[in-house]
Design a protein around this ligand. Structure first.
Ligand SMILES: C[S@@+](CC[C@H](N)C(=O)[O-])C[C@H]1O[C@@H](n2cnc3c(N)ncnc32)[C@H](O)[C@@H]1O
Length: 260
């Protein structure tokens, strides 16, 4: 079994050096339009927003620029060091917390207006616990925006003008292991491949009402620059024709709605 937290500790500096992400708007993933185009956050001025699996904090900085009071959570201290450095250079005041997002006991219940989580949940084994915690810390009526890599792309190998199947759709959760290769090091990694319905239904099981599912058309006009270019170069057919990022927008019902 790969210790995925340790993998993130090892990869942090190579990853952040390789995959540039802009901080002028909130990003949801590679080849995906930013929130300036998708408009999922709404007006978040003076809102309390938390970023679950915040990595190097680019979304946290973008959120502060929109006037939100921002907390970023990640369990990799090296990712958080990168986030603190980036935030300090951007003169952004952000509360960074080192914690596993499946256990946020350090955080109060009903505390946040919005929770976002971009490209982190595939690394989490127990998404039931992560969704239960996201639900708990949100205020009634609060919004959870979750993005992951779209599962459809993993069943295909892309060539220039065609695709070929290399695997079955993850009808059941599947563990994928690989080595993430950088010039200096090759680091063991793993993530869980899950179907769209699996994510949707676990959100519903946690108590959320899913109000939108988005499969944006891939675009190089994305804040997630570095990784997008890599996917476009390696899998041009997939990157042009298939959704790369999948987004759920879900609400924690307000008390009146729960009581009907
Ligand atoms: C691909 S990066 C995405 C970072 C950031 N959200 C972004 O979009 O740039 C995934 C991040 O999730 C974090 N992560 C994965 N599983 C986690 C967990 N169970 N608890 C806290 N952080 C986690 C990793 O440490 C890593 O920083």
């Amino acid at each position: 079994m790969v210790d995925i937290r340790q993998s993130w500790e090892k990869i942090a500096r190579f990853y952040n050096r390789t995959y540039t992400i802009k901080t002028n708007t909130v990003h949801y993933g590679p080849l995906c339009p930013g929130d300036d185009k998708l408009g999922l956050l709404g007006n978040i001025s003076v809102r309390k927003v938390i970023d679950l699996g915040c990595g190097a904090g680019q979304n946290c900085i973008a959120l502060t620029r929109l006037g939100a009071a921002v907390t970023g959570v990640d369990y990799s201290s090296n990712q958080l060091d990168a986030a603190r450095e980036l935030a300090s250079r951007a003169k952004a005041v952000i509360d960074f917390i080192e914690s596993d997002i499946t256990n946020l006991a350090v955080l109060k219940t009903d505390a946040y207006d919005i929770a976002i989580s971009a490209c982190a949940m595939a690394f989490v084994r127990d998404i039931e616990a992560a969704f239960a915690e996201a639900y708990r810390i949100l205020k009634p009526g609060g919004k959870f925006i979750l993005s992951i890599m779209h599962p459809v792309q993993y069943i295909l190998d892309g060539e220039k003008n065609r695709v070929s199947f290399n695997s079955t759709y993850p009808f059941k959760r599947r563990l994928i292991r690989w080595h993430w290769d950088f010039a200096e090091e090759s680091i063991k990694f793993q993530y869980y491949l899950r179907s769209l319905s699996e994510y949707h239904n676990r959100l519903v099981d946690a108590g959320f009402v899913v109000i939108r599912v988005l499969e944006p058309k891939p675009t190089l006009k994305t804040p997630h620059i570095g990784f997008s270019r890599e996917i476009m170069n390696e899998y041009p057919y997939i990157a042009r024709h298939l959704p790369i990022t999948l987004i759920f927008v879900a609400l924690k019902p307000a008390i009146s709605q729960i009581k009907g």
